[in-house]
Design a protein around this ligand. Sequence first.
Ligand code: AMP
Length: 354
Amino acid sequence: MIRDIVSRYDLDRVSIATLASHSSLQIFHGAKMEGFKTVAIVTSDRLWFYEHFKHLIDSFIVLNSWRDLCRNDVVEKLVSLNSVIVPHGSYVEYVGLDCAENIAVPIFGLRKLFRVEADQWAKMGLLQRAGIPIPRVYRFGEEIDRPVIVKLPGAKGGRGYFIAKNSREVEEGLRKRVEQGLIKTFEEAMIQEYLVGVTAYYHYFYSPILNRVEILGADIRYETNVDGLRRVPPDVVAEMGIEPTFVVVGNLPLVLRESLLPKILEYGIRFVEETKKSLPPGAIGPFCLESIIDDNMNIKVFEFSGRIVAGTNIYVNGSPYSYLYWSEPMSTGRRIAREIRLAIEKNRIEEVLT
Ligand code: AMP
């Protein structure tokens, strides 16, 4: 179906469309740098803000609710503009899984991956099959034999997560979250071994056109209050009974020891290879592995994103890594547009769209 739609597109007039949120300004900026038209799909309450960036946006499609994205008139409008949707970290969360994966508009990236990403166990299974080290994972009811982090489903920026030392604390914490309406059942939560070390998030890009995985950057998520706890003496933390929380407030740039890069690139390549095997045609474009590095330089990956992550917003003008490949300012947003442009030029557009 998508092939038919693409076959009717005027490839000299492709628009890059995305939901006006998350990393959309970077995506629009990158699209403009590569000579594309852009479409901002925006909710009415945010329109005023994005109008301040009119120089990056050619068309606005205004919705009352993100859930209207799959309405026929909206889809028709997108197709009439020869749109390619770039899904970002908020896309599935905002429009819902069914609309996200079934929309009759070409998507830059692998739409099959959305369903895997929505299931925390399927996600960890994919990493494991790829041969990427992951923390131990537990289901509710299994005996907890070490400190764990309990994660709630959905991309809500770490809201509601908690640390527990045993099965009793897991159950107590989950009961509270059910009462707060954050989850419906205990089984929705994923329980992971709590890893000690520093967090590091790697931004990759897989190019089907150049047949290579690029490391486009890395970041650290700045999370409250866990990243602030070191400012408080441990005895005061204990006295006040402060519990660590993991709510993201922003991202900090990270440049890694060069000796870590081979392993990081290898994990990126393994990720792509596994998606090619289990979800053909496999990953396309940006993805991110989220990890903790311990004091033996072991890297364990506790989460991935199959789309552009907000940490790439640090590098709208390119990163120390993207410069090594391109010798020009190359954000992830621009890299997406570059891939689409290369694919069009080489008559291979169907290889980057699903
Ligand atoms: P996530 O929603 O999986 O990206 O996790 C949110 C945050 O929780 C991460 O950025 C980390 O700070 C923390 N975190 C997640 N998983 C683990 C883990 N297994 N061990 C330690 N910290 C974790």
